[in-house]
Design a protein around this ligand. Structure first.
Ligand SMILES: Nc1ncnc2c1ncn2[C@@H]1O[C@H](COP(=O)(O)OP(=O)(O)OP(=O)(O)O)[C@@H](O)[C@H]1O
Ligand SMILES: [Mg+2]
Length: 406
C-alpha cells in the first residue's frame, strides 16, 4: 500500500536530495561559474586574424572609451582553473567580449532600438533535448558576441531554470514566473527578469504552478476569447528592444503554454532526434499546430507569414545504419527547413547535465590543450546552429542587406 502520507514523505525526501545534489555538484558555493573569453575566441568567431584584433584593441574607441583590456588568470582567481586557456594570456568577461566583437563587425549585431528575435524551442515529444538546446543556443549566441539574451522557461518542469543555475524548489515562487501574465492578473514581465551566472543572459524562470494555466484554459478562452492566448506576446513588447534574442523553452506537449510561445515567435527551432518514433510525433505536432492556426483564422490569409523561419536539427546523432536511414527521411520531410547541424549523441552532455551544466560550462577536465573530442563536437554543433540563427536574425534586423554568415 502507498498512502497519501507516503507520497508526501517521498516528495519531501526528493526535494532534500535535489538540494543536496545541487550542493554537491555545484560545490563550493552552489553557484555556477561565469565564462571568460580569450583573443583566440574573438579570432575564431569573428574570422579576423589575432594581429588585426590586437591593433583594433589598442587603437579603437567605442563611445569615447577604450576597448576592454582583459585580465590575466591570476587576476581572475580560483575560477581560472576552469578556463581552457588555448594559449591566451588575457581573458574577457562575456560583456567585454561582446563589446569587442561588436567593435570589430558592427553589422553582424542587432542595431539599437530594433526588436529582439524571438525563438521558441518546440517538439511535443519528451526528452528530445529542447531544454539542453535552448540553454546551449543561448550560450552559443553569447559566444558569437550577442551580449543580451533573455531565456524564458515555459515548461513547469523547469529544466531551463535549473540549467541556468536556479533551483525551482529553493529559489523560485510562482509569482516570479510568467504565470501571473498568462492568467491575465499582471501585464508586465519586466519585474520577473532574473540575472544569471552567464553575464548578459537573463532568465524568466518557471515553477510547477505554471501547469495551472492548462486547467484554467477552457474557462479563460470562454471568458476572454482568443485574446487570452496573446498575453505573452503583449507583455514581451517592452522587453524586445532590450535583448538581441529571446529564447523560449516549451513543455513536451502542444498545450496552451507551447501555443503561447508559438503565437509570439519569429523562429521555431525543433530538435528532432533521428528515430522513427520522434519523426512520427513531430509530424503530429505540425498537424495539431495547423489546427491551432486555423482557430486563429489563418485559413482566411493562407499566404501570410506565421514565422520568419523554422529550423529542424538532429540531436543525439549516432553513426549507426538505422540512424542514418532516419536522417534520410528527416531530410526528405523537412527540406528547406532542415538545418545543416547534427549534434552527436555524447556522454559529455549527459555528464555535464549531471552537474546542472552544458558543454559550454564544462571545459575538458584538467586540460589546457587536450580536447575531449565528443565534448567539442557538441559545442561546435551548437555554435554552427547559432550561426544559422544569426543569419536569420540579420535578415530580420537588416531586411535590405545581403546577409553573410561569419
Ligand atoms: N547530444 C546529446 N547526447 C546525449 N544526451 C543528450 C544530448 N543532449 C541532451 N542529452 C540528454 O538528453 C536528456 C533530455 O534532454 P532535455 O531535458 O534537454 O530534453 P527535453 O526535450 O527538454 O526534455 P522534456 O521534454 O522532458 O522537457 C537529458 O538527460 C540530456 O542531458
Ligand atoms: Mg525540457
Amino acid at each position: 500500500m502507498v498512502s497519501f502520507n507516503d507520497l508526501k514523505q517521498l516528495s519531501t525526501r526528493s526535494k532534500a536530495v535535489v538540494a543536496t545534489a545541487r550542493r554537491t555538484m555545484l560545490a563550493p558555493d552552489t553557484s555556477k561559474i561565469q565564462p571568460f573569453f580569450s583573443i583566440t575566441d574573438v579570432e575564431l568567431h569573428s574570422g579576423i586574424p589575432a594581429s588585426r584584433i590586437r591593433t583594433v584593441l589598442r587603437h579603437q574607441k567605442v563611445d569615447g572609451q577604450p576597448l576592454p583590456s582583459g585580465r590575466t588568470k591570476e587576476a581572475i582567481g580560483p575560477q581560472a582553473d576552469s578556463l581552457v586557456g588555448r594559449g591566451s594570456k588575457l581573458f574577457y568577461t562575456a560583456d567585454e567580449y561582446s563589446t569587442i566583437m561588436r567593435a570589430l563587425n558592427p553589422e553582424r549585431y542587432r542595431p539599437k532600438g530594433v526588436n529582439a528575435v524571438v525563438i521558441s524551442v518546440c517538439n511535443y515529444k519528451g526528452g528530445v533535448t529542447k531544454s539542453t538546446s535552448a540553454v546551449s543556443l543561448a550560450q552559443a549566441l553569447s559566444s558569437l558576441g550577442h551580449g543580451r539574451i533573455l531565456a524564458i522557461d515555459l515548461d513547469p518542469q523547469g529544466s531551463l531554470t535549473n540549467l541556468f543555475g536556479y533551483s525551482q524548489t529553493l529559489d523560485i515562487e510562482s509569482n516570479m514566473t510568467t504565470l501571473p501574465i498568462l492568467m491575465g492578473h499582471e501585464t508586465s514581465l519586466k519585474s520577473k527578469v532574473l540575472k544569471t551566472y552567464w553575464p548578459g543572459a537573463d532568465l524568466i524562470p518557471s515553477d510547477p504552478a505554471l501547469q495551472s494555466v492548462e486547467s484554467n484554459f477552457m474557462r479563460d478562452i470562454q471568458e476572454n476569447g482568443l485574446q487570452a492566448m496573446l498575453r505573452l506576446r503583449k507583455s514581451l513588447v517592452e522587453l524586445k528592444t532590450e535583448y538581441d534574442f529571446i529564447i523560449i523553452d516549451t513543455p513536451p506537449s502542444l498545450n496552451n503554454l507551447t501555443t503561447h510561445a508559438l503565437l509570439n515567435t519569429d523562429g521555431v527551432i525543433m530538435p528532432l532526434p533521428p528515430s522513427n518514433l520522434d519523426l512520427c510525433s513531430a509530424s503530429m505536432f505540425w498537424d495539431l499546430f495547423i489546427e491551432t492556426c486555423a482557430r486563429f483564422g489563418a485559413e482566411d490569409h493562407p499566404d501570410d507569414a506565421i514565422f520568419s523561419f523554422i529550423k529542424v536539427f538532429s540531436p543525439k546523432v549516432e553513426r549507426t545504419r538505422s540512424c542514418q536511414q532516419v536522417l534520410h527521411w528527416i531530410k526528405e520531410t523537412y527540406a528547406r527547413y532542415l538545418s545543416g547541424v547534427q549534434v552527436p549523441k555524447s556522454a559529455a552532455v549527459a555528464s555535464a547535465a549531471d552537474s546542472f551544466s552544458t558543454v559550454f560550462d564544462t571545459p575538458p577536465k584538467g586540460a589546457t590543450y587536450k580536447r575531449s573530442i565528443s565534448h567539442d563536437l557538441v559545442r561546435d554543433a551548437y555554435i554552427d546552429l547559432a550561426k544559422e540563427v544569426e543569419v536569420e536574425a540579420m535578415s530580420i534586423w537588416y531586411p535590405s542587406n545581403q546577409v553573410k554568415a561569419a
